[in-house]
Design a protein around this ligand. Structure first.
Ligand SMILES: NC(=O)c1ccc[n+]([C@@H]2O[C@H](COP(=O)([O-])OP(=O)(O)OC[C@H]3O[C@@H](n4cnc5c(N)ncnc54)[C@H](O)[C@@H]3O)[C@@H](O)[C@H]2O)c1
Length: 413
């Protein structure tokens, strides 16, 4: 099988999550060949070179000149991604962009146009819609197993806002709305068929962080189904409590995680003697979770929730319940439970590619078989449109109509 060369742009936390669990990439037809980082994090590039025998570069331009790189995994912050996709496209490199793909629709449109003009594949990743239980639920809904789709309920309570995000970055994403919202909205859109017609939402404020702490949202879909979404990122309640303490990636989640994150945040705030000092302390904590951070112990990683823990369960991004005219499906720790006319039935989902491995696989097949990417730029743009509408609906106290939605093609189409 032909192997593709993979290059990372930004060896930050998102990439660290991939590289700390590199065994999940084993068996994929990719070779990790290069990475680009800011010169200030040259140490991380050195660590990368030593660990992977790859090449480290201090700009995306240099990375793109590397003939061994076929695919770029772009995990920098949203405001510079369009320019990085432009450089990739100029060099004919395919790209995965982390969520949110952009923070406004114009940039997302431009990113798609740039990719299409250059004939490169663009995949809007990473979101939990790639998780095997979500994919299995989607297939059951499409196959009519629970009759006609009626409603979807999705709620997630986590500690996103009390993680050490620099305040500027957190405000730019409206707290969890543009950062965690893409996971939840992608899941719900994928289960609902993709074509959201209207969005009505409220947001609520997080006094501690001075930005949105979460949202409640009602979506209507073409065809008549609707969805209710709740997200609370303030770290008081942890929805993992309701499904046996399984973490987002399928690892065991320590019930103390959210409390510890809040305590750590409070300690940081109390120790800081100025706003600048506070931001520097947050940045130092965030650095601990990045790939190749210096002087990081496993204890420190665990303290901030960045452990290398095994993942015995299916990934869980909050609670998802799907209702149809003939039954209901929910996610379980090992797969799904289908509630049909004869009562509940557990369906175990065997080991499948998770998260980023699943997205790399989707992109691989699209490139090598010259077929469309399922979670392509237009799919990502449609999810972004809903995220933006949540903020707008809350601000303008009205329902927002969608204009850029699209249906997702069948698996294997
Ligand atoms: N933190 C997570 O757990 C996580 C998980 C999934 C997705 N994400 C997404 O990934 C993106 C990045 O988040 P993060 O938490 O990893 O942030 P981060 O700050 O840890 O990582 C960004 C990295 O990009 C580097 N960088 C900045 N400018 C660069 C440039 N011009 N060229 C090369 N590298 C550059 C930074 O030095 C940093 O290492 C966000 O959009 C976020 O939504 C994060």
């Amino acid at each position: 099988m032909r192997e593709l060369g993979l290059g990372f742009v930004g060896l930050g936390q998102a990439v660290s999550l991939i590289l700390r669990r590199k065994e999940e990439l084993a068996g994929l037809p990719y070779r990790i060949v290069a990475a680009a980082e800011r010169p200030e994090r040259a140490g991380a590039l050195k660590t990368f070179e030593n660990e992977f025998g790859g090449r480290g570069y201090t700009s995306v331009e240099e990375l793109c000149q590397d003939p061994d790189v076929d695919v770029l995994y772009i995990a920098t912050l949203p405001e510079i991604r369009l320019e990085q996709v432009r450089v990739a496209a100029e060099h004919g490199k395919h790209v995965i962009v982390e969520k949110p793909m952009a923070t406004d629709l114009d940039e997302a449109h431009e990113m798609i146009a740039v990719a299409e003009a250059a004939g490169i594949k663009l995949l809007a990743g990473h979101t939990h819609s790639f998780d095997a239980p979500i994919l299995a639920m989607e297939q059951l809904v499409r196959a009519g197993e629970i009759g006609e789709l009626l409603s979807i309920l999705s709620f997630n309570y986590n500690d996103f806002n009390v993680r050490p995000w620099p305040t500027r970055e957190l405000i730019a994403t409206h707290g969890p709305v543009y950062n965690q919202g893409p996971h939840q909205i992608d899941i719900v859109r994928q289960l609902g068929g993709g074509l959201v017609e209207t969005v009505r939402a409220s947001t609520f404020w997080d006094e501690l962080r001075g930005c949105e702490g979460g949202y409640t949202c009602h979506l209507t879909f073409q065809g008549g189904a609707s969805a209710s979404l709740v997200f609370d990122a303030r770290g008081y309640f942890d929805s993992a409590e309701l499904y046996g303490w399984v973490g987002e990636g399928g690892q065991r989640r320590d019930p103390e995680t959210s409390r510890r994150m809040r305590a750590s945040f409070a300690e940081t705030a109390a120790a800081a003697d100025s706003t600048d000092d506070f931001e520097q302390r947050l940045e130092a904590h965030k650095e601990l979770g990045r790939y190749g951070a210096e002087g990081v112990s496993d204890d420190a990683l665990a303290r901030f929730g960045y452990s290398r823990a095994e993942t015995p369960y299916q990934p869980f991004f909050g609670y998802t319940l799907v209702s149809g005219t003939r039954g209901v499906i929910r996610q379980s720790r090992t797969g799904l439970v289908v509630y049909g006319p004869n009562g509940p039935e557990e369906r175990t989902i065997e080991h499948q590619l998770k998260g980023r491995a699943a997205e790399l696989s989707e992109l691989y097949h699209a490139i090598t078989e010259d077929r469309p990417v399922r979670h392509d730029g237009r799919w990502g743009l449609a999810t972004l449109e809903v995220c933006l509408a949540i903020v707008r609906s809350a601000a303008e106290d009205r329902e927002i109509r969608m204009h850029h939605q699209l249906a997702m093609p069948d698996v294997g189409a």
